[in-house]
Design a protein around this ligand. Structure first.
Ligand code: FRU
Length: 477
């Protein structure tokens, strides 16, 4: 039954049934990646917000677990994060069995405050803290706490949004219970954006323009806004700067932001906490949707997460840019490679690599999910220097009149070359351009026969065009 659902992604996480929005509580503990998510356990539309739960050992195969945190009375469980309290600073566990602590927003009519819950059995069962809430400013729009341990100053730090004011606040705590305001940031970035939600603050290694490691780092502050995005609807922005344990200072004195994703369908990304230090990577996952058009036509589930993505900061001609790449575990799902320059490629689940020198005067088009009378076009225009995803003819789009459209990202060629990595999975297309410094995440709802791939690139020189069909990571249940 489950595997016959045509738009159900095979390599992206989806809830078995019902509504999902933001990823929550991403944490790694004892060999398991935990993924919690905003979930309506009772229906396919937003409501009854609770934390759904799944775990994975490889970020690809997910095992669903029972609801971790249920709505209760007039309290809904909004977005938040999880940490491993290694030193048992909270007292919720023991030093030998450190607790997992979830920090989430308690949403009540007219009030949002920050609360705790904990687990001492690897996330299988959860107890809401008797002393909730731990921060209450007595205001309506105060949400989405993201907590991390700041080793140099030996304390917990929380970044949380004063959403309507488009500001974030930073709090510090010795024990996750007592919080002290450290500083604020914002409003900043592009003006006229409606609000800020789901902030994250994390340190990233800098790689040079060829992708080689350096020994420098910077901090990234990311936030999401419900309206005013470049492609219409919701979007996200990030700032690059420094963090001294108390205050985030943007490198750019004018506090200009950068765009996280140029597609329409990327929202509320957050990073995993407590990834193994020897692994040394920073990974995030986002909700693959746009708030404007999130009544997507799937059933009995609604919404998927993105592919988990590793993050770095990359030096570019215009400064440091966030670079995103699918985590290496995706490659474990690859079947035998097909060389697209001399064989026809087909598939609804594909990992594609294209490296090409476009003709100087003519656009090139990579078609994916192409069928008898529909296609999703990835168009590089060398004159405008833009890469666009065009989903006007991609399939079913009648569910919302703002769904069909063309979404461009500014992309300069690198020594004349365009490099694309494209992950196609049934109802989504994620494009990572120029080593991930520009990303476009887009939903599409193609018909059952649309599985073609075709490169239409007159005058271009193709250096590499390889596609790997991807095995399904879903298991029959
Ligand atoms: C973002 C958001 C969060 C909030 C949650 C409620 O999509 O609005 O700010 O915590 O969803 O479901």
């Amino acid at each position: 039954e489950y595997l016959r659902e045509p738009w159900r992604p095979r390599v992206h996480f989806t809830p078995e049934r019902n509504w999902m929005n933001d990823p929550n509580g991403l944490v790694f503990y004892r060999g398991e990646y935990h993924l919690f998510y905003q979930h309506n356990p009772l229906g396919i539309d937003w409501g009854h917000m609770s934390w759904g739960h799944a775990v994975s050992r490889d970020l690809m195969h997910w095992e669903p677990l029972p609801i971790a945190l249920w709505e209760e009375g007039d309290e809904m469980i909004f977005s938040g994060s999880c940490v491993v309290d290694h030193r048992n600073t909270s007292g919720f566990g023991t030093a030998e069995n450190p607790p997992l602590v979830a920090v989430y927003t308690s949403h009540r009519p007219g009030n949002q405050s920050q609360s705790l819950a904990y687990s001492t059995d690897a996330g299988r069962t959860w107890t809401k803290h008797a002393g909730n809430p731990v921060i209450d400013l007595d205001i309506a729009e105060f949400r989405d706490p993201k907590v991390f341990w700041h080793a140099p100053t030996e304390k917990w730090v929380m970044v949380v949004a004063l959403s309507a004011a488009k500001r974030v606040q930073l709090y510090g705590s010795p024990d996750l219970n007592e919080w002290r305001l450290l500083s604020e940031f914002g409003p900043a970035g592009v003006e006229g954006k409606s609000n800020w939600e789901c902030p994250d603050l994390f340190e990233l290694p800098i790689v040079d323009s060829r992708g080689e490691a350096t020994d420098e780092t910077r901090w990234v502050l990311e936030a999401d806004f419900g309206g005013g995005g470049v492609g219409g609807g919701s979007g996200n922005e990030y700032f690059v700067g420094r963090f001294d344990g108390n205050q985030f200072t943007c490198d750019d004195p004018q506090r200009r932001s950068q765009q996280v994703d140029y597609g329409r369908d990327f929202y509320a990304p957050v990073t995993w906490s407590d990834l193994p230090a020897e692994d040394g990577r920073r990974v995030w996952i986002g909700w693959m949707t746009n708030l404007q058009t999130n009544g997507t036509p799937t059933s009995p589930w609604r919404s998927a997460m993105t592919i988990p993505r590793s993050l770095t900061l990359r030096e570019t001609g215009s400064g440091l840019r966030l670079a995103q790449a699918p985590v290496r575990e995706l490659e474990s799902l690859r079947e035998d490679a097909v060389d697209g320059t001399n064989a026809a490629v087909r598939g609804k689940q594909l990992d594609i690599v294209l490296e090409v020198t476009p003709d100087a005067g003519r656009p090139l088009v990579l078609h994916v999910l192409e069928g008898p009378d529909e296609t999703t076009r990835l168009v590089y225009d060398p004159v405008d220097e833009t890469l666009s995803v065009d989903r006007r003819d991609a399939g079913f789009d009648e569910f919302h009149d703002a769904f069909a459209g063309v979404y461009p990202a500014p992309i300069a060629l690198d020594e004349g070359r365009l490099r694309l990595r494209v992950v196609v999975d049934r109802s989504s297309v994620e494009v990572f351009a120029q080593d991930g410094v520009a990303v476009l995440t887009t939903l599409v709802f193609p018909g059952p026969e649309s599985d073609g791939v075709r490169l239409d690139a007159p005058g271009a020189e193709v250096h590499r065009f390889t596609a790997w069909p991807l095995r399904s990571a879903l298991t029959e249940r």
